[in-house]
Each structure stands twice: as C-alpha cells, then as structure tokens.
Write a protein that binds this ligand. Structure first.
Ligand code: ATP
Length: 212
C-alpha cells in the first residue's frame, strides 16, 4: 500500500494545495493521500482560524474526491506538531505500507531545520512539488541532500530516504494572499472550491481585518 502525506496549516485550504494534491495522488499511484492539518507550525505562532474550522474546510474541499482523506491526528496532540512523530505513528499503525511525504518547494527549502529530519528519511520518501514564486537556489545543506538522494519519480515508494521532484500545474496561490483578500473584503472565488468559499463567507472567516 502506498500512502501519501501532505501536511500544512490549510488556513484556509486552496486550489494551490488541492490541484497539486490530486496530481501527486495520480502520478504516484497512491492508494491514499492524507492531508494532515498541523496544530502550530514552526514559522507562525498561531493559525488565523481554529483547528476544527480548518479541518472542516478541508473536509468540504475533498468531500467528493476518492482516495484523498483528512487526517486530523496532529490536532489531537499538544502542539507543536512534528512530521517525524506523525510518520512514526503511521508506521506503528501499518508498518507494511510505504509512506511518501509530499511538500511544496518552499517547505522543502526549510527541511533541514525540521525536527529529526534525518529520521524522517528513514521513514518515508519525499516528493517535492513545484511552487511558483519559490527562489531557485537552495541552501547548501538542502541542495546537497537533494543531490545525494534524488531519484526519478518512478523509483519513489520502493525504499525510504529517496527524493524526487514533481512538476505540478503552477498555481501562485497562498493562504496568506487569500486571508489578505478576505480582510480587504474581496471574494476569493475560484481560488478555493465553492464549498470552501461558501463556508468562509457564511461564517465571515478572516474578515476581521487580521490577515494573519
Ligand atoms: P501560508 O500562506 O499561510 O504560509 P500556504 O499557502 O503556504 O500558507 P500551507 O498550508 O502552509 O499553505 O502549505 C501546506 C503545503 O502545501 C506546503 O508543503 C506548501 O509548500 C504546499 N503548497 C501550498 N500552496 C502551494 C502552491 N500554490 N503550490 C504548490 N504547493 C503549495
């Protein structure tokens, strides 16, 4: 069984998460892709929206999509969330499966600062997805890591500790930009699925002038 994992704040979820997620699922022939909302990220103190609301938005986004699920385990633990622990827990539940950790280029740039990043490479392969607007040049440590572990996409999911890159449909969308739009009273139509947009507008999320 091939299980993909895509972590993030999803504050809110948008097409820049969802379209690459679909392409990741299809190109890697995943049996299941788990979207894993995190409690408190390394780079920001708090989310703009409470965890359960972020989860509800992700659930609304993927309601009719087979093979992509929300995994809210990180929200049930005291923050901050650590991918290494999540992967260890997933292995404990199903040690037979192969785990493939997906992330955008921007996230990968900081990978060598993640808690126990070497241990992550003993638990999973990594697929780095193209994200427009990300600087080309990597820090030497991350560049060396990519250089030494890089394989073709077809080789992913057979061992652990390998890294491949995946060209996905480039979508220059971010949660930050969507929160800023909403704070300005603008409508994010077509940047988020319609069910997500409706839930945001109905609840007036992100409209208190705090763009996060
Ligand atoms: P924020 O703007 O609040 O920092 P974000 O839009 O970057 O949020 P996250 O929830 O932090 O979204 O991202 C979760 C994962 O999805 C990360 O691995 C990130 O690189 C990836 N991702 C987010 N947006 C895109 C995009 N437009 N294209 C490709 N990958 C993306």
């Amino acid at each position: 069984m091939r299980i993909g994992m895509l972590g993030g704040m999803f504050d809110p979820v948008h097409i820049g998460h969802l379209r690459p997620a679909l392409e990741f699922h299809a190109r890697l022939a995943l049996d299941e892709l788990r979207l894993v909302p995190c409690a408190t990220p390394g780079h920001r103190e708090t989310a703009a929206l409470p965890a359960e609301e972020r989860v509800a938005l992700v659930e609304a986004a993927i309601a009719d999509i087979d093979g992509i699920v929300v995994d809210d385990r990180e929200l049930k633990l005291p923050p901050p969330s650590y991918t290494v622990q999540t992967l260890r827990d997933m292995h404990a539940e199903n040690g037979e499966a192969s785990y493939i950790l997906g992330m955008g280029e921007d996230a990968f740039r900081g990978f060598c600062r993640w808690k126990e990043w070497e241990a992550i490479l003993d638990l999973a392969d990594i697929v780095v997805m193209h994200r427009p607007g990300t600087a080309e040049e990597l820090d030497p440590e991350v560049a060396t890591l990519l250089e030494s572990r890089r394989v073709a996409l077809e080789a992913i999911g057979k061992q652990v500790g390998r890294i491949a890159t995946l060209e996905v449909t480039p979508l220059a969308v971010s949660s930050t930009a969507i929160r800023a739009m909403l704070a300005r009273g603008e409508d994010p139509k077509f940047l988020v699925p319609e069910a997500v947009r409706q839930r945001i507008l109905d609840n007036r999320y992100y409209m208190n002038g705090k763009a996060g």
